[in-house]
Design a binder for this molecule. Sequence first.
Ligand code: NDP
Length: 333
Amino acid sequence: KEQIILAERPTGTPDKNTFKLVETDSKQPEKGEVLIRTLYVSVDPYMRGRMIDAPSYVAPFELNAVIDGGAIGEVVESKSDQFQSGDVVIGGYGWQTYYTAKENEIRKIDKDIAPISTHLGILGMTGLTAYFGLLEIGKPKEGETVVISGAAGAVGSIVGQIAKIKGAHVVGIAGSDEKIQYLKEELHFDDAVNYKTTANLENDLAKACPNGIDVYFDNVGGEISDAVHAHLNKFARMPICGAISSYNLEGEDIGPRVQTTLIKKSAVMQGFTLGDFADRFPEGTVALAEWLQEGKLKYQETIKEGFENIPDAFLDLFEGNNIGKLLVKVAEL
Ligand code: NDP
């Protein structure tokens, strides 16, 4: 079996030297264990934070150990009463072609409600992040304006659609014309702004948000967020989901102070991690699956093929080379 390990801790943007593909033997399953053949592997921006040795809400990756993260596979051998060969399962076992899992490390997924890959995206981690972050912290009301940065990505594209379901005026910020077109034409966002080509993001946001901004779902931080903050309405809510613009910075991310804006606007900024809502995952998954089946939610995946291409796929996140959830397909079911 093959694994991709963390070969060195990156400073700045990770590159090919950060990772190494190695071959190891796979362990025969013992009682209560199953052998899984990997089908899909998730690459996610939060993994960048785990590559350095600093305290966070998840432990750092260990050097020379497999990079773990969301993965979907097929049970090919079972010594467990709970699973049988052919079951499709999801777990956090990461970048490896085979894995011998204990039964409490994995859970079965339903192959029939939607393509299995959706359990790493819209029906999984990123969909739930959009659902709880927007509805529990953003709390959009009908007619309010919701702005989303990283809007064409896995989380952002779902946030915007849920905000539309709730009757909001929805504006996305993303980094290519193809993404802007996707947001407006496919997902029916009311407007979208390309932050890479705009002459003045603050002015473009003023045009796109004539009634100001009530909810800002922040995936990126940095200068994009500074421009959004200029248009906040009184009592604005800001779920702080991610800050990808700073993940590869070597120094501190210095910018304008935000406190006086928060005071003047009685605005709330609240960071969160999906784990804060762990006891409510079933509720979120049911709601997302229902909207999907009713055609109220759409999703797109950017799928790279081949186990050896996982590091490239991960680096694509920082280049913006994905629309919707970025996944690597390792094998056919
Ligand atoms: P995405 O699918 O959104 O992929 C990342 C996107 O970020 C890229 O496509 C790119 O789009 C954009 N991007 C990359 N670099 C920059 C930059 N320097 N400035 C602005 N935009 C940039 O990833 P996810 O949907 O999985 O994650 C989105 C955010 O949510 C991340 O910050 C992530 O860490 C966070 N997150 C937080 C969770 C939580 O529990 N709090 C859970 C899951 C995700 P573009 O072309 O528009 O630049």
